[in-house]
Design a protein around this ligand. Structure first.
Ligand code: 5GP
Length: 209
């Protein structure tokens, strides 16, 4: 296999979806894997583009036929990565991006030790909250829930190869490209872990936990 497998996860509102979309629109050698899910389609989502929306029976059939590279249950729904698409693209030399949650990411690392795991964070807790509010998609209670989830998600960050701050989109993209080309200075991780620790502290203080 000549392409690289890039797994992108991160804190809520870290902007990982935007980064993944930018990578595939700017660079022909990047492709995005489309997952299968049993969750309902949201307004504006397209089957076969955002996800393959399938029934629970169909998903379980995919599991039984070993059609998935990994899968996880997340908020009562199944999500999984179709195996054939990913392996075919890697064999063609494409870099394949998986935008998946942490349990799935760690399973991928077990199967493909050479997979690159990148964890995105916003620059601080205030930015995260402002982004969640300005998206205007959820109630304040749901936003608070997502912020609390950050405390759990942050624990997984240490299992990732790289932790990146998405403050400026172009800088974040450059960091990913440097990582893929083995030109990234891993020393930057230490500072970014400190920023993550600060986010966690600030959330704990605000949420009184
Ligand atoms: P959403 O329902 O908001 O689209 O996605 C919920 C979570 O599932 C996100 O963290 C997303 O990254 C993750 N996810 C999407 N596809 C997959 C997949 O194929 N496998 C795993 N493990 N997680 C996925």
């Amino acid at each position: 296999m000549s392409g690289k497998l890039l797994v992108i996860s991160g804190l809520s509102a870290a902007g990982k979806g935007t980064i993944a979309k930018e990578l595939i629109s700017r660079y022909n050698d990047f492709v995005l894997s489309i997952s299968a899910t049993t969750r309902d389609k949201r307004a504006g989502e397209v089957d076969g583009k955002d996800y393959f929306f399938v029934t629970k029976d169909k998903f379980e059939e995919m599991i039984n036929n070993s059609e998935l590279l990994e899968y996880a249950k997340y908020v009562n729904n199944y999500y999984g990565t179709p195996k054939k698409y990913v392996l075919d693209r890697l064999n063609e030399g494409k870099n394949v991006i998986l935008e998946i949650e942490m349990q799935g990411a760690l399973k991928i690392k077990k199967i493909f030790n050479e997979a690159i795991l990148v964890f995105f964070i916003p620059k601080d807790a205030k930015t995260q909250k402002e982004r969640l509010i300005s998206r205007n998609r959820e109630t304040l209670e749901q936003i608070k829930e997502r912020i609390r989830q950050t405390l759990i998600d942050a624990v997984y960050a240490k299992h990732y190869d790289y932790i990146l701050v998405n403050e400026d989109l172009n800088d974040a993209i450059k960091d990913v490209i440097d990582i893929v080309n083995s030109n990234y200075n891993k020393d930057k991780n230490a500072n970014n872990y400190k920023l993550l620790d600060k986010i966690v502290l600030d959330i704990k203080e605000e949420e009184n936990v």
